[in-house]
Design a protein around this ligand. Structure first.
Ligand code: ZN
Length: 418
């Protein structure tokens, strides 16, 4: 149970890192005219409808005045149509396509990118502009999963979901439980008993509705309970929530309200909980690695050693600092075919250098980057082929900094080779 869950989140830390890098690159790309196409296809969209829509856009493009832009837009649409032929339906989370003629200094190049988003896409959109439209993908990077929220006291309760930064109110409930008032005596005791019975029924309804709402989220990250006074603790202790939900409670927090405002208050006060949760996973992994280093146990570090350990299948988890990113590039001369490979830290600087650098063989200024692969991607591929997990570690934490001191690449091993 635990292992499949952590495997899943491990994959996503790498996916998210890749997406982040890819967005950064796409953001820099510009077209000379309004000719870069962004196409967002949600998973439930019919591919045939998308194709028909693109065909319409293709005919519409015939009206574009500039012959150059017209040609480029039509080329891009044609190219997207070509790619869509290979899909019967969109992938599980939908599909995003970017296509167009990119302007580099004075050169132009047609490029097309197909991206499967890491979360379910709910945007359907076609846009033609001089840059790519990246907002929906950027929002996904902000998305940190769904949390269940519940504020409860004896009068009312509000059930909500927190999806990324968006709060979705599921249900507001009122108790109609009469207030206790102290008259004393026999009838008072009977009256109190009735009140408690009514409260019990109300809590049961709240527990049922909340459990239903939270369990309908397939990858619920956790539940946070709020409300004024001790009722919320009583509600939790008495087990009104289903066992599976109960196990996911991360925190119980005091709020002044139990309505929609109470939910907002709860999210604000819980922000620390969310942050810690994200970071704790990373911290734990780095600490585990450091412990192994200290006792000269199941640890390896540095690019060369980790690569060796991966090759013999000794690695359980690779830890890579997001800051170690460098690129293995193949440079080719467009004129004579001369090729060389090297590792660089910054692709843009290399690109600039290549513009002014003559080819060592034919002396023409026609060197181009033919292939590039980031260190992280290279290690990820190596890891995948040997069944090792990969975790990209942010450098915001003390542990992240400690990892950098080990060259930014480390591994927790399955076994120690002799
Ligand atoms: Zn050459």
């Amino acid at each position: 149970m635990q292992s499949t869950e952590s495997l899943k989140s491990k994959k996503s830390s790498l996916e998210l890192h890749r997406l982040k890098k890819q967005i950064e690159e796409l953001e820099k790309k510009k077209g000379r005219g309004t000719e870069l196409i962004s196409l967002y296809i949600p998973p439930d969209k019919n591919i045939v409808d998308v194709i028909n829509y693109l065909r319409q856009e293709y005919s519409q493009a015939a009206n574009i005045k500039s012959a150059r832009t017209r040609k480029n837009v039509q080329t891009a649409i044609e190219s997207i149509l070509q790619r869509l032929k290979y899909f019967n339906k969109p992938p599980e989370n939908g599909l995003v396509v970017f296509a167009g003629t990119i302007t580099y200094n004075n050169k132009e190049k047609f490029e097309i990118y197909l991206i499967e988003p890491p979360e379910k896409l709910n945007t359907s959109l076609y846009r033609c502009d001089s840059t790519f439209y990246l907002e929906p993908l950027k929002e996904m990077l902000e998305y940190k999963g769904t949390y269940g929220l519940l504020t409860v006291d004896r009068n009312e309760a509000t059930i909500a979901l927190l999806k990324g930064k968006r709060i979705e109110i599921v249900k507001h409930m009122e108790s109609n439980v009469p207030r206790k008032h102290g008259r004393g005596g026999q009838s008072q005791r009977r009256f109190e008993k009735l009140i408690e019975q009514a409260a019990h029924e109300y809590f049961k309804r709240v527990g049922q509705k909340a459990s239903e709402a939270f369990l309908s989220v397939p990858d619920l990250k956790g539940v946070i309970i709020g409300g004024p006074g001790p009722t919320k603790e009583f509600f939790v202790q008495e087990g009104y929530l289903k066992q599976e939900v109960q196990k996911k409670i991360l925190d119980i927090i005091d709020t002044s309200y139990t309505d929609e405002f109470g939910i907002k208050e709860l999210v604000e006060k819980a922000s620390k909980v969310f942050e810690d949760l994200e970071i704790t996973k990373e911290k734990n992994l780095v600490q585990k690695f450091l412990k192994e280093v200290v006792k000269d146990g199941l640890a390896a570090y540095g690019e060369r050693e980790v690569r060796e350990m991966l090759e013999i299948g000794a690695v359980d988890t690779v830890l890579i600092s997001e800051d170690v990113e460098s690129f293995r590039v193949k440079i080719r001369c467009e004129n004579c075919g001369y090729e060389e490979e090297k590792t660089v830290k910054n692709i843009e600087i290399l690109e600039r250098d290549l513009n002014n650098k003559p080819c060592p063989k034919c002396k023409e200024k026609s060197l181009e980057i033919a292939e590039k692969k980031s260190t992280i991607d290279e290690f990820a591929e190596l890891a995948e082929s040997t069944g090792a997990k990969v975790e990209v570690i942010s450098s915001d934490t003390e542990e992240g900094q400690q990892l950098k001191a080990f060259g930014g690449i480390a591994a927790i091993l399955r076994f120690k080779p002799k």
